[in-house]
Design a protein around this ligand. Structure first.
Ligand SMILES: CC(C)(COP(=O)(O)OP(=O)(O)OC[C@H]1O[C@@H](n2cnc3c(N)ncnc32)[C@H](O)[C@@H]1OP(=O)(O)O)[C@@H](O)C(=O)NCCC(=O)NCCS
Length: 157
């Protein structure tokens, strides 16, 4: 369970202003801004407040072989190692109606790999040649509590 001073919710358009403060890439990367805007419109962008301040966000989609996929989790530097990333993943998993959820990260990203391991994600393949010399590692988490529901309705994020 998230610490009491961490609160994760679906982001709305009014949250767009806070995102560059969490993630400096948002100001310089047009693709990231577009990804965030699309995720907000699709109700696939979650934002975490930590001690009353916007401190992290997560984006999900069904763009990975039509499977639920966590595209990005980003926690502001001031809030790292406080449980914010963990709380964002928990919220996305909770919203996921499918029996599994996928994500990926660079092999060099030790913090993300450690976070995924701590939340019981399992290796599910690797993709070479995206970033030179730094393969993309794919992970899956099985969500057995969703198995019946997703069989019956094929529901995803
Ligand atoms: C990866 C990232 C999201 C982790 O977020 P976070 O809020 O700092 O992680 P949490 O505090 O929830 O960590 C939960 C657990 O994950 C593991 N973990 C997280 N960061 C770690 C680190 N730097 N070193 C070792 N273990 C780490 C630990 O097991 C940790 O539990 P503990 O603190 O009780 O030991 C954050 O470092 C970040 O935003 N990085 C930049 C963006 C990025 O690389 N995103 C991933 C690509 S999509």
């Amino acid at each position: 369970m998230a610490a009491p001073d961490i609160h994760v919710r679906l982001a709305g358009t009014r949250d767009r202003r806070a995102l560059p403060e969490i993630d400096p890439n948002v100001s310089r990367d047009l693709d990231r801004r577009h990804a965030i805007d699309s995720a907000i419109a699709a109700r696939h962008c979650w934002i975490a407040d930590y001690a009353g301040q916007p401190a992290g966000y997560g984006l999900a989609s069904r763009n990975f072989f039509s499977r639920d996929f966590i595209d990005l989790v980003y926690v502001a530097e001031f809030a790292r190692r406080s449980g914010v990333g963990d709380a964002i993943l928990a919220a996305i998993e909770h919203a996921c109606g499918a029996a599994s959820i996928f994500t990926s990260t660079n092999e060099s990203n030790q913090p993300m790999r450690a976070l995924l391991k701590s939340r019981d994600y399992h290796p599910s393949g690797r993709i070479e040649n995206l970033d030179p010399g730094d393969p993309e590692l794919v992970y899956v988490k099985f969500l057995p509590e969703n198995e019946k529901e997703s069989d019956a309705r094929g529901r995803g994020i």
